[in-house]
Design a protein around this ligand. Structure first.
Ligand SMILES: [Zn+2]
Length: 366
């Protein structure tokens, strides 16, 4: 049976509720709550681009939400922010950058979360550009007290492979002005014959012989520099591979422009002067971050390479001993979350870190 999109059927035995809220610049966003019991330690999950809450609640493997609920964290929340493929915002014409997300989305989400949980401890687990933008908010002091952050793949240091640098340099202009498409869609393979989307998909697939799924090829092209770019095939369940377009949909071109600026700088910087209150250089403020961060990265990361190794190194110079690094053998960019064995290979590392910073602390009271 086909796995339905945008459902929460992958999480059993929890009360699921939706909590819509608005940002100060006028977007409706949403938090999902997966609640079994109240807890002094609350976990908030942040997806990447072009993903959504769905990457944390996949029915076809033991997903992160269920793992946390079963492991002593009975109050888990997930945010769909403006990059979420549950919303149309990134395929509409827009000029948002990661600065907008750092300034508007995460602070508003934390306000809504705090309305429900008060001053309980909040642990954030963030993926990809959800991680970059959240760490920007944290560095800028916009999200209040956060007890711990787990960052997968990339945070405030932004390094990509040479092929991705080339795509970032030429891609947005090429697709906007030459190809005439305003977003890239992992479903372009389904477009009518000889349309722009169809041609783009066919051209991309010429360079991807590693499998027969055009959506897998498109996502590799959109964000990675490998065959495939975001995962190792052997780490995905066949059901996941067949429906990667459900998990990673379409994204606009404009966030690439901010990523290009960050990749050139080597770390998170402000895109332009629209928000002078935001720091020009987010990484320069990292020494003020007193929240412990667990940096995760696969050793086959073909999207952000060793970015998180570099970020751990730089942030540890400012705060020796505060942050941790876990390199995941055999994993890539996003299979540490969506992989069929992530509950065995990856989630226990996250759990150990959470427990260290939860009620009872590092003494092993759990
Ligand atoms: Zn594939």
């Amino acid at each position: 049976m086909r796995i339905a999109r945008f459902t929460t059927e992958g999480v059993r035995d929890a009360q699921v509720s939706q909590h819509p809220f608005a940002t100060e610049d006028g977007l409706g966003l949403e938090l999902h709550r997966f609640h079994r019991a109240d807890s002094d330690d609350v976990v908030l999950l942040l997806h990447g681009l072009p993903a959504s809450t769905d990457m944390f609640i996949m029915p076809e493997h033991r997903n992160l939400v269920s793992f946390l609920l079963d492991s002593g964290y009975p109050d888990v929340w997930s945010l769909d922010f403006r990059m979420s493929n549950r919303f149309p915002y990134d395929t509409e014409t827009h000029r948002f950058t990661l600065d907008d997300i750092a300034l508007f989305d995460h602070p508003a989400a934390l306000r809504e979360l705090r309305r429900h949980i008060g001053n309980r401890r909040v642990h954030v687990i963030a993926q990809c550009l959800g991680s970059v933008s959240f760490m920007m908010s944290l560095a800028a002091g916009l999200v209040g007290e956060i007890t711990s952050v787990t960052s997968n793949s990339v945070a405030l240091v932004t390094r990509v492979p040479p092929w991705s640098r080339l795509k970032l340099a030429l891609g947005p202009g090429f697709f906007d002005y030459v190809a005439g498409v305003s977003f890239l869609d992992s479903r372009f393979g389904d477009a009518p014959v000889m349309t722009r989307g169809w041609l783009i998909s066919r051209a991309v697939s010429l360079f991807h012989r590693e499998c027969d799924f055009r959506a897998c090829h498109m996502i590799s092209f959109m964000w990675g520099a490998g065959n495939p770019g975001l995962w190792s095939h052997e780490n995905l369940a066949p059901e996941t591979h067949a429906r990667v377009a459900d998990l990673f949909g379409a994204n606009g071109l404009h966030y690439y422009r901010h990523m290009r600026r960050m990749v050139r700088a080597g770390h998170a910087v402000r895109h332009d002067d629209r928000f002078p209150a935001l720091p020009k250089d987010y990484l320069a403020l990292a020494e003020h971050i007193s929240t412990p961060v667990l940096f995760l990265t696969g050793d086959r990361n073909h999207v952000f390479r060793d970015s998180n190794i570099g970020c751990h190194e730089i942030m540890s110079q400012a705060r020796p001993g505060l942050h941790e690094l876990q390199v995941l053998p055999g994993y890539g960019h996003v299979d540490p979350i969506i992989g069929k064995d992530a509950d065995r290979d990856v989630f226990p590392h996250i759990l150990e870190f959470l427990r260290k910073h939860s009620d009872g602390g590092a003494d092993g009271a759990h």
